[in-house]
Write a protein that binds this ligand. Structure first.
Ligand code: IMP
Ligand code: MG
Length: 173
């Protein structure tokens, strides 16, 4: 497997600063919860949270899709739930990448049942060509083509998460 750099560390940081400013403006008051979807979004959460210039609480949620195949049922399993109540809070789901949209459409619907004031999504990467379920994404770092990427939290079989850049993982010829 070969790694081809797609988005540099510097590009990522510049874009996260912009999104952080935007979020700061969009949520002038109220309780803001950043919900990090493990494990892929951990670096994005860490950088985004520090680019937001107001109080923000953070919590983590662990999710796994049932089986290897993404089923049309769109069901995902919660393997680690939140520690906190979302009642009355503005909730921002922080995710690494939106692919089919199955995970986030399920998760958004689930979190809306917990009486939050609002639920929005911030995703570092978006592959719009792959969408099976419509997902309304309020904040997107970068739209990318339909290629498998790793780094900055994203993995292939748990590998490459600690790369600083986002890279395309390409098979050797
Ligand atoms: P969705 O439900 O298809 O939108 O699934 C999104 C999840 O699939 C992400 O949170 C990632 O864990 C994984 N994923 C999708 N595309 C990629 C990729 O290009 N690289 C690494 N993980 C990916
Ligand atoms: Mg993920």
């Amino acid at each position: 497997m070969a790694l081809r750099p797609l988005i540099s560390e510097q590009q990522i940081q510049i874009r996260i600063s912009e999104i952080g400013e935007q979020i700061t403006r969009d949520y002038p008051d109220g309780t803001l919860y950043l919900i990090c979807i493990l494990k892929g979004a951990c670096f994005f959460l860490a950088d985004l949270a520090r680019a937001i210039r107001r109080d923000a609480f953070i919590d983590f949620m662990g999710i796994s899709s049932y089986g290897k195949e993404r089923t049309s049922s769109g069901e995902v399993k919660i393997v680690k739930d939140l520690d906190i109540s979302l009642a009355g809070a503005d909730v921002l789901i922080v995710e690494d990448i939106i692919d089919s949209g199955v995970t986030l459409s399920y998760l958004t619907a689930l979190l809306k049942t917990r009486a939050p004031k609002s639920v929005r999504i911030a995703a570092l990467l978006d592959k719009p060509e792959r969408r099976l379920r419509p997902v309304d994404v309020a904040y997107v770092g970068f739209q990318i083509p339909d290629e498998f990427v790793v780094g900055y939290g994203l993995d292939y079989a748990e590998k490459y998460r600690n790369l600083r850049d986002v890279c395309v993982l390409e098979p050797d010829n």
